[in-house]
Write a protein that binds this ligand. Structure first.
Ligand code: ARG
Length: 455
């Protein structure tokens, strides 16, 4: 491509470090779409003839079908997808192929291809998250009033509902969804026509190519157009946050499916056995999902580090952007699909959840609130009295509802047997009617709201 200035070819090691074709061939469809838009624009503006544009267009379609059918021979010597496609086009159509690169550089070409690729992944992520949210809502509806322990510090805190816990993740993944959508809006500007860095002296129409490729507008500064990869980093940031949420739920599923918790039964489809211990049902999918998240965080840090301190405009360092994003995107989509499958197929164990909800003095706060409400006690005093009652129950080896009225009165005279009305877990959750609270009625309100949002 640049033989005119060079007397010798590259060293073999140079070729190895320089080539990106091993991975950037994943952008073949985007590269060809970009070239088709560019060729059509060159003809429309009179920079090349209509005939050349037509020959180029047909040649590019042939190249694409060769790549799709696996007959295309990629060459490392041709470095990347852009030069592989162009060289093959030359073989196929001859001289007009050489006119395609008018008013274009690989710098704006690669930025455009990569943006198109990342944009597709944003759309895939949005679809994947929506499917997961629907699966979570399905679980929430099935058990909107099932009681379970709510935890802080992984210690029993207060009873909550299964539906409420599921809907907590719906809120988190809902924000992830809106982050991806925001990122898409911001990144949807077309770099094509920025050329190497300064724009071009040819009378190109950048609005035409931008529209043809589904962008909202062309980028407004040619240096920025070829120099930045913040769109890829924003994708990785959104992916990292989603991945972080996925890993928390994966961790809960690992804990919940243990024999000690038995909160959920994971379906056989998402479990594995042990080659030596016949009783085992291991939550491998949840564990792998929890682990894969590290690769996504890693990609984010890696690309941040590649980009930091790079002077404008393009530097070859930026070729290192793609593998990170490809790997992160692959693993994000896999993780989303696996989580959606697991959530859809898992069974919450209503009885085990209820039994756990009642243990660990989970209604102690309800008792303290009752003392405040009924005996007009300051909350701090009520907290102290309740603490003493918990200690008493603990010493007797029972739970709070199992204490007798005499036990209660031995700690505080004025307690009446009305107190027993607030010690049950169903009462406890039903009473938490504050907006966004865990009461089944509140959970149903949020389920309905989300169903409307997703319509
Ligand atoms: N393979 C390169 C990349 O992925 C394409 C752009 C090359 N541009 C250049 N000026 N060498 O970044």
């Amino acid at each position: 491509m640049w033989g005119g200035r060079f007397a010798a070819g590259p060293d073999a090691i140079m070729e190895a470090i320089n080539a990106s074709i091993g991975y950037d061939q994943r952008m073949a469809a985007q590269d060809i779409a970009g070239s088709r838009a560019h060729a059509a624009m060159l003809a429309a503006t009179g920079i090349i003839t209509d005939n050349d544009a037509e020959v180029i267009r047909e040649g590019l379609l042939t190249v694409l079908s060769e790549i799709d059918s696996g007959t295309f021979e990629f060459s490392t010597a041709l470095e990347d997808i852009h030069m592989n496609v162009e060289a093959r086009l030359k073989q196929l159509v001859g001289e007009p192929a050489g006119r395609l690169h008018t008013a274009r550089s690989r710098n704006d070409q690669v930025a455009t291809d990569f943006k198109l690729w990342v944009r597709d992944q944003i759309d895939a992520a949005v679809e994947g998250i929506e499917a997961l949210i629907k699966a979570l809502i399905g679980q929430a509806e099935a058990g909107y009033d099932w009681v379970m322990p709510g935890f802080t510090h992984l210690q029993t805190a207060q009873p909550v509902t299964w539906g409420h816990h599921m809907m907590a993740y719906v809120e988190m993944f809902g924000r992830d969804l809106s982050r991806f959508r925001d990122a898409r809006k911001r990144m949807n500007e077309c770099p094509l026509g920025s050329a190497a860095l300064a724009g071009t002296s040819f009378p190109i129409d950048r609005h035409m190519t931008a529209a043809a490729l589904g962008f909202d507008r062309p980028t407004a500064n040619s240096l920025d157009g070829v120099a930045d990869r913040d769109f890829a980093l924003e994708f990785l940031s959104c992916a990292s946050l989603t991945a972080m949420h996925l890993s928390r739920f994966a961790e809960e599923l690992v804990i919940w499916s243990s024999a000690q918790f038995r909160f959920v039964t994971m379906s056989d489809k998402w479990s594995t056995g042990s080659s030596i211990m016949p009783q085992k049902r291991n939550p491998d999918a949840a564990e792998l999902l929890r682990a894969k998240i590290g690769r996504i965080f890693g990609a984010n840090v890696a690309l941040m580090t590649v980009m930091k301190g790079l002077p404008l405009a393009y530097s070859k360092d930026m070729q290192e952007d793609k593998e990170q994003v490809f790997d992160a995107a692959d693993n994000l989509m896999l993780a989303l699909a696996a989580m959606t499958g697991m959530v859809g197929d898992m069974t919450g164990n209503k009885e085990a959840l209820a039994a756990a909800a009642g243990s660990g003095f989970s209604t102690a706060t309800d008792l303290a609130d009752w003392l405040v409400r009924e005996l007009n006690m300051p909350f701090r005093d009520a907290h102290h009295v309740t603490g003493s009652l918990v200690a008493l129950a603990e010493s007797k080896g029972c739970d709070l509802p199992d204490l007798t009225l005499e036990d209660m009165k031995s700690v505080h005279e004025a307690i009446t047997d009305a107190v027993f009305g607030v010690l049950g877990v169903d009462n406890s959750v039903a009473s938490r009617m504050s907006y966004g609270g865990t009461a089944p009625a509140q959970v149903l309100v949020q389920i309905e709201r989300w169903k409307k949002v997703l319509e």
